[in-house]
Design a protein around this ligand. Structure first.
Ligand code: TRP
Ligand code: ZN
Length: 441
């Protein structure tokens, strides 16, 4: 080709400048406002992966407000970030820092865009601190927001139930199960209240009229499985034959009945372990909020129930408390340890946990009792969700009715039908293998 002429060189230089300039711009782009869940596109965020959250909360003397809070996230950039989003709804933000330097924020609905002073390079770890206060579910003017799960003050106490998107109403986060992380909770409450959160109680510090409880969740956890519960709880402890500590937190006034209601959890764990593999976390137990609830929730290592659990029904579904206790326990394997990548696949949580209710019935009352339970599920799934939508397939729930009957009951029937088809031996070998294989990853 010979020597390059001056004119050719000029063209080359111009092209080179344009190419590298565009590369630089596209390399430092803002992180996405969603993590890519086609079912709920706004949930979670792109461009980073949270490693850990440290959530420090000071609760007001009347328990009605968060006087002061600070959430510290440690994350890894998965692209060069000129800005990134956190999911955060309401409250009043007092300060935001990235790697100790003040950062700019812009808020719109559940999205908080954080612009650091300097672009965060791809692959780099960074630390975000957010200081805030307020009443969860309200904005800085005190106006109520579109809020139906998260942090609730119920008079005598506080409970947190956040599936699928309530966590963003009390701490800034990447609110999607695709981004699991480790958690520390530091909850400062007026004496003599007890604060219960996920994991292991690391420290209790009494300082005059205040008590600070530090809880640590040292297994990866999805944001929707976080919980904080505040009341004058008493702790009840036992150890299973396999050495697992069960710690339950009950309201003082009903502690005795509650201990009876939850007396069979060790037996349930002994029933499920040979089927699903070893219990996936280092501790288990339940917390009973001192308020009747139409639901229970599989909050990781510490399932949440309402006080109606002691009178025989734990939810509005009509299932017995014992059955719902087995359901929430089974979720620790199916949902908590092993978690769907998209909310569309929720039946993988609820179908397995519902089928576990039949497995507990089978273990305690025999196969014909379990068969009767499956027949009763069957009779409930033929009725439509509503006139317009008919019966949805368990793997295709309507986004505005995610937790519908089909996800639970047809989901359980998928497993039962598979068991009837391939036989017990292959079916249970498969169930245990799935759990163990996932844990090895
Ligand atoms: N996952 C819960 C269960 O089946 C039910 C549930 C769904 C829930 N969304 C919730 C409970 C929100 C409390 C709050 O056991
Ligand atoms: Zn469930």
């Amino acid at each position: 080709m010979g020597w390059i002429t001056k004119g050719q060189l000029r063209v080359f230089v111009v092209v080179w400048v344009i190419v590298t300039a565009t590369m630089a711009v596209s390399a430092q782009s803002p992180g996405d406002a969603g993590i890519g869940d086609d079912f709920y596109p706004g949930l979670g965020n792109g461009g980073y992966d949270v490693e850990s959250y440290r959530i420090e909360v000071v609760v007001s003397d009347d328990l009605a407000a968060i006087t002061r809070a600070k959430t510290t996230l440690t994350a890894l950039a998965t692209q060069s970030l000129s800005s990134f989003n956190l999911d955060f709804l309401g409250m009043t933000v007092d300060a935001v820092r990235v790697n100790s330097a003040d950062a700019r924020i812009a808020r719109e609905g559940r999205e908080m865009t954080v612009t650091p002073q300097q672009t965060i390079p791809d692959g780099e770890a960074f630390v975000v601190e957010v200081e805030y206060h307020g009443v969860p579910g309200t904005d800085s003017d005190g106006d109520s927001l579109d809020f139906n799960n998260g942090w609730f003050h119920y008079g005598g106490g506080v409970l947190v139930a956040s599936e699928p998107d309530g966590s963003a109403a009390w701490f800034p986060c990447n609110d999607h199960p695709l981004d699991k992380a480790l958690f520390d909770f530091v909850i400062d409450v007026p004496a003599p209240y007890v604060a219960v959160a996920n994991g292991v109680l690391e420290n209790v510090e009494k300082d005059g009229e205040r008590i600070v409880y530090t809880w640590r969740m040292s297994h990866p956890m999805a944001t929707y499985l976080t919980t904080v519960n505040i009341n004058t709880f008493v702790e009840q402890r036992e150890v299973t034959d396999s050495g697992l500590v069960i710690r339950n937190y009950f309201p003082l006034a009903i502690a005795e009945q509650a201990a009876e209601t939850f007396a069979r959890q060790a037996e349930m764990i002994a029933t499920f372990e040979p089927l699903f593999g070893p219990f996936p976390f280092d501790v288990y137990g339940v917390v009973v909020a001192d308020v009747p609830l139409g639901f229970a929730l599989e909050t990781q290592t510490i399932s949440l129930f309402g006080r109606n659990v002691i009178s025989g029904t734990a939810t509005g579904s009509g299932a017995s408390s014992e059955s719902v206790i087995a359901h929430e326990l089974a979720h620790q394997w199916f949902g908590d340890s092993l978690t769907p990548a998209t909310w569309r696949d929720l039946w993988l949580n609820e179908g397995f946990a519902t089928y576990a209710q039949a497995l507990w019935t089978e273990a305690t009352l025999g196969r014909s009792a379990a068969d009767r339970m499956m027949v009763s599920f069957y009779s409930q799934i033929s009725s439509p969700l509503d006139a317009a939508r008919g019966t949805a397939a368990p793997g295709d729930p309507p986004p505005d009715a995610l937790f519908n009957r089909s996800v639970y009951l047809r989901g359980a029937w998928v497993l039962h039908a598979l068991r009837l088809q391939i036989g017990d031996e292959a079916f249970f070998r498969f169930a245990a293998r799935v759990c163990v294989a996932i844990r090895l990853q």
